[in-house]
Design a protein around this ligand. Structure first.
Ligand code: PBG
Length: 329
């Protein structure tokens, strides 16, 4: 209970000096709180600008050493790999997802060979980088099929685990996939491969720049509302969470980030499991463009990131994770 009253009680007293503000701060950030997303492309020695995401690039595999060296030096625990797949490799079934020589497989092997366990690797499990229609699963009459899609996701997960991926991250929102993927990993000797479930993923307009980055933007027909969550709902997020936790998720994610801080708090208050926040591409580009236009100053980045910690997130996937030296100091 707060005792006393003005004028003897003055909350501004403890805010007066910087040392005092530091002493009473409730939340902090360190590099250990971050996952760095990395976009990869075919070719050699390429660092390719992404139009819709200022200061974010696609890299060829031989370039990854530089990125990973820096991430390790910065103290980042894990990177997330996202492939930009050439359109000639896409089809309606997303077959390229199961090609053991695809971009992601080669990138995982490159990093694991060079860095062993110095850094974790997480990979999305979903078909959207590989399908000609841009959806996360197989389609029949405009509907994304659940069980048929899971059959492929199981194989995609297993392939990534075999390549050395540490954390399998299903981002597809099919029902029941966590349990099935867990079982198949266990049956095949990958009982130590972790699963990070994108358990609560909303059908959001904030993913636009990401779809440009992985090359699925122009392809996507319709929207993802028959599998991703309706942004009007919060109770449903708890149901999604509880199912994925029961099915064996090691960590869960809420996505997008900033418009869904209430959901992060809700999940954290209801489940004692590591909860990750994804500061998605649209949030990133909104902030970055506004800073470039000098509408807001760059401390807004730190403010946006601390908000996730305050809401209860254990860690944050953020496109700013390669610039933490400047942001956190
Ligand atoms: C793929 C996937 C998406 C994102 C991460 N994994 C896009 C989507 O579901 O359409 C979005 C990430 C971002 O916007 O930064 N399933």
């Amino acid at each position: 209970m707060i005792t006393g009253k003005y004028p003897s009680l003055r909350l501004r007293r403890s805010r007066k000096n910087e040392w005092s503000r530091r002493l009473i701060e409730e939340n902090t950030l360190s590099p250990s709180d971050f996952i760095l997303p990395v976009f990869i492309i075919e070719g050699k020695n390429k660092k390719q600008k992404i139009k819709s995401m200022p200061d974010v690039y696609r890299y060829t595999i031989n370039y990854l050493g530089k990125i990973v060296d820096k991430a390790i030096k910065d103290g980042i625990p894990m990177i997330a790999l996202f492939p930009h797949t050439e359109s000639k490799r896409k089809d309606t079934l997303g077959s390229e997802a199961l090609n053991d020589d695809n971009l992601v497989c080669r990138a995982i092997q490159f990093i694991k060979k060079k860095y062993k366990n110095e850094i974790g690797i997480m990979c999305d499990v979903a078909l959207d980088p590989y399908t000609s229609h841009g959806h996360d699963g197989l389609i029949e009459s405009g509907y994304v099929l659940n069980d048929e899609t899971i059959d492929i996701l199981i194989k995609q997960s297993l392939l990534q685990a075999q390549m050395g991926c540490d954390v399998i991250a299903p981002s597809d929102m099919m029902d029941g996939r966590i349990g099935k993927i867990r079982k198949s990993l266990d049956d095949n000797g990958f009982e130590m491969t972790q699963i990070l479930s994108y358990a609560v993923k909303y059908a959001s307009s904030f993913y636009g720049p990401f779809r440009d980055a992985v090359g699925s933007k122009g392809l996507l027909k319709g929207d993802k509302k028959n599998y991703q969550m309706d942004f009007k709902n919060a109770d449903e997020a708890l149901r999604e969470m509880s199912l994925d936790i029961k099915e064996g998720a090691d960590m869960v994610m809420v996505k997008p980030g900033m418009p869904y801080l209430d959901i992060i708090r809700l999940v954290k208050d209801n489940f004692k499991i590591p909860v990750l926040a994804y500061q998605v591409s649209g949030e990133y580009s909104l902030l970055s463009n506004s800073i470039k236009k000098k509408l807001i100053d760059k401390n807004s980045i730190l403010e946006s990131l601390i908000a996730f910690k305050r809401a209860g997130a254990n860690a944050i996937i953020s496109y700013y994770a390669d610039r933490l030296d400047k942001i956190l100091k």
